[in-house]
Design a protein around this ligand. Structure first.
Ligand SMILES: Nc1ncnc2c1ncn2[C@@H]1O[C@H](COP(=O)(O)OP(=O)(O)OP(=O)(O)O)[C@@H](O)[C@H]1O
Length: 693
């Protein structure tokens, strides 16, 4: 006679379903899941305490340390804040329907498990009674049960995974939209507000959606399971049920106690591995500079240092996990023999049949698994709470429209061009009214400071830019020229004063600050997107086809006619880059453009973007610094004849001939509140008149 009891060690995943339906004592529920996700999930194991330690460098004010209950309440609130929006979004009907289907399938699978529990009892009864006819019948029932039942398990998992994917995809878009809105990505990065936002969007979101669904289902099925099997076990032998209750409550308390250190270790692991990966990405991005410097040894040192730090933490983590597993494995297997031992006397005295022993073992293990969720899932639960914290923190940041937390702020406004008063006096030096020209930009009493340490760079600047006013900003390195452009772009707000752009009314209607059609900034370092040559040229004004067939812009640029291939070719020729089309295999060829084009070529490409966008106002930050004078002159002539008004930053004297105003900035004296700037007007007219004398 064979009595099948619990396997002494965890059963391989592929057999789990079968074992569970065979009413054999299963290995702990979701054990396979925690094993599979362990490496993945362990990267996310952090908790509030760890978050507060990591965000100590953050500029956000730190709240007082909460007690355990309020910590749990805060965690629940964060979970709800992160999880809820999807279920009330435009996809809510599909989402809820699919969720209901997943729960229904889960219910069905629990029902099937209970059915197998009874089938098992009759099967072993027939075996012990040597009743061949009954045995054959039960065997047949079993086979039919498998054939009918297993699809429910497979479909439940499939439905759960697809729902999780759908949820993740919605959340990814939701987070990306807010991350890229209002230069939030820049503020997060430049003010070191939180660590690794990219990882939160990729890994934490994925983990959140799949774990949230898994946990809800686990809780749901554990509750149903508990109700179904408690009844069975209680009917067989009530003391067994009570013993089980005491055992599992004690086990939960002990595992929480042993495992508490794991949470912080997991949190740090995630951070250290992200730092290591980030360092590797930097090596890839700066490959040429590192190779020129011959900095391999240095890089190797830095990389190994970061890896060692992750390695050391992982070693501690493994030790802590090992200690917890000593307990959880012991907890899991110590009790396996108990139900059979307690029920067997009733069998010997003939009170119960042989199949009932097996049934009690099965019911016992089901209930043990349900009551021991915290013990079995301790690592995953702590990981999940860390994911909730990380996403909650990120979500709050994205919702709260990040500011620099200062009382003083530069006021940046966008007004309709129709409302710009025409002749306005004075820019701090002599100014002439230009009733014939449209005002594009107004800077009034601007005092500009650096965001972190609030060093004043500019005192009290007032200037007006009209259509066809070309302003050159000059000054020593570090005096604040680029910072002035940052303030105009809204990237820096520390200081006081006002900056007003007068835009196309259409842009304002579309409630975006500036669109490339109005104002285009060319940064100091040319930026090449990952894509084809065509995509480089169309950036940032137009999107070319994306994976879902293209996306719509909300800044009115779709209304602007998208350049044709001929337009692109002509523009490339205008910036003297016509030859690169053939050299790199056409407009639709894909290359690492920042590596294959020289810096000067990249700057010319940036001018090509400018010519295609035709903004009213262009802000050029040393945009021709890598070009020879002939090419520089050519590019300025091109944008001048395209009717673009521009503000440039530059050091070269040769630039003055393309501008009619110069703003000279000198390095600010921290002890003085005197102006550290002056504007010279009509420089070329004056030079011409000097030449003519
Ligand atoms: N994120 C930042 N936080 C604090 N200070 C900053 C930050 N970025 C730049 N600075 C400081 O602000 C000052 C002005 O920098 P900015 O880039 O405007 O100089 P610049 O005049 O354009 O110089 P260059 O001609 O060398 O490009 C510098 O002293 C710089 O160190």
């Amino acid at each position: 006679m064979i009595l099948i009891t619990a396997p002494p060690f965890p059963t391989p995943c592929s057999h789990l379903v079968l074992l569970r339906h065979l009413h054999l004592p299963p290995p702990p529920p979701l054990r396979h899941e925690s094993t599979i996700h362990r490496s993945k999930i362990s990267r996310f194991r952090r908790r509030v305490s760890a978050v507060s330690s990591s965000s100590s460098s953050s500029l956000l004010p730190q709240p007082p340390r909460p007690d355990k209950a309020s910590e749990l309440r805060a965690l629940w609130k964060r979970f709800w804040k992160v999880a809820a929006p999807y279920w009330f979004s435009e996809d809510k009907d599909q989402a809820r329907l699919r969720l209901a289907a997943v729960f229904a399938l889960t219910l069905a699978t629990t029902g099937i498990s209970v059915g197998f529990n009874f089938l098992g009892r009759d099967f072993y009864n027939a075996l012990s009674n040597k009743d061949q006819e009954q045995f054959t019948k039960q065997l047949l029932y079993y086979l039919c049960g498998f054939a009918g039942g297993i699809p429910f398990f497979v479909l439940r998992d499939y439905a759960k995974e697809t729902l999780s994917l759908r949820w993740r995809s919605w959340m990814t878009k939701h987070y990306l939209q807010r991350y890229l809105k209002d230069q939030t990505f820049y503020k997060i990065q430049s003010q070191s507000m939180i660590d690794n936002p990219d990882q939160r969007i990729v890994d934490d979101l994925s983990s959140f959606t799949s774990t949230a669904l898994s946990f809800s289902l686990t809780l749901f099925s554990a509750t149903i399971d508990l109700i179904s099997f408690s009844n069975i076990l209680f009917t067989i032998y009530p003391p067994l049920f009570l013993l089980l209750l005491v055992y599992s409550l004690g086990g939960t308390a002990i595992s929480v106690f042993i495992g508490k250190g794991l949470v912080n270790l997991n949190f740090m692991q995630e951070k250290k591995e992200a730092d290591f990966r980030y360092n590797l990405v930097r090596v890839r991005e700066n490959a040429e500079s590192i190779a020129f410097y011959g900095g391999e040894q240095n890089e190797m040192q830095l990389l190994l240092e970061r890896f060692r730090s992750a390695f050391d933490n992982l070693t501690e983590l493994l030790i802590a996990s090992r200690n917890l597993e000593f307990f959880t494995d012991g907890y899991r297997y110590l009790i396996q023999i108990l139900p059979a031992a307690l029920v067997a006397p009733m069998f010997f005295s003939g009170k119960i049949e042989f199949g009932v022993i097996n049934q009690s073992v099965s019911a016992f293990n089901h209930i043990l698994g349900d009551f021991s969720l915290v013990v079995y899932q301790f690592q995953a639960i702590s990981a999940f709470s860390a994911v909730i914290d990380r996403l909650g923190e990120f979500d709050d940041l994205l919702d709260n429209n990040i500011t620099s937390h200062t009382m003083d702020e530069i006021e940046l406004t966008y007004q309709s061009a129709e409302r710009s008063s025409l002749p306005v006096d004075s820019n701090g030096s002599s100014v002439q009214s230009r009733p014939q020209n449209q005002k594009l930009l107004e800077i009034e009493e601007l005092t500009l400071q650096t965001p972190t340490n609030r060093t004043t760079l500019l005192h009290n600047l007032t200037a007006y830019i009209y259509d066809k006013d070309h302003l050159l900003i000059m000054g020593p390195s570090g005096s604040g020229k680029t910072s002035l452009l940052r303030a105009m772009a809204g990237l820096w707000r520390s200081g006081k004063g006002r900056i007003t752009f007068y835009l196309n009314p259409q842009t304002l209607e579309n409630s975006v600050k500036t669109s490339p059609g109005d104002v285009l900034f060319l940064p100091q370092r040319p930026y090449m997107v990952l894509g084809t040559l065509r995509q480089q040229l169309l950036y940032p004004a137009w999107t070319t086809t994306t994976m879902d067939g293209g996306s719509e812009r909300d800044d009115g640029m779709d209304e602007l006619k998208k350049p044709t291939t001929d337009d692109l070719m002509r523009t490339l020729k205008n910036v003297r880059l016509g030859h690169i089309v053939d050299r790199f295999g056409g407009l639709d060829s894909f290359h690492e453009w920042s590596s294959v084009l020289s810096l000067g070529e990249q700057q010319r490409l940036a001018f090509a973007r400018l010519l295609l966008c035709q903004p009213k106002l262009a802000l050029l930050d040393e945009s021709t610094s890598a070009l020879d004078e002939a090419n520089e002159a050519h590019l300025y002539q091109q944008i001048q004849s395209a009717g673009i008004t521009y503000i440039s930053i530059g050091h070269r004297q040769t630039l003055t001939k393309f501008h009619n105003k110069i703003l000279h900035i000198s390095t600010a004296d921290p002890k003085s509140i005197e102006r550290n700037w002056r504007i010279t007007e009509d420089v070329n007219a004056r030079e011409d008149s000097l030449l003519n004398q």
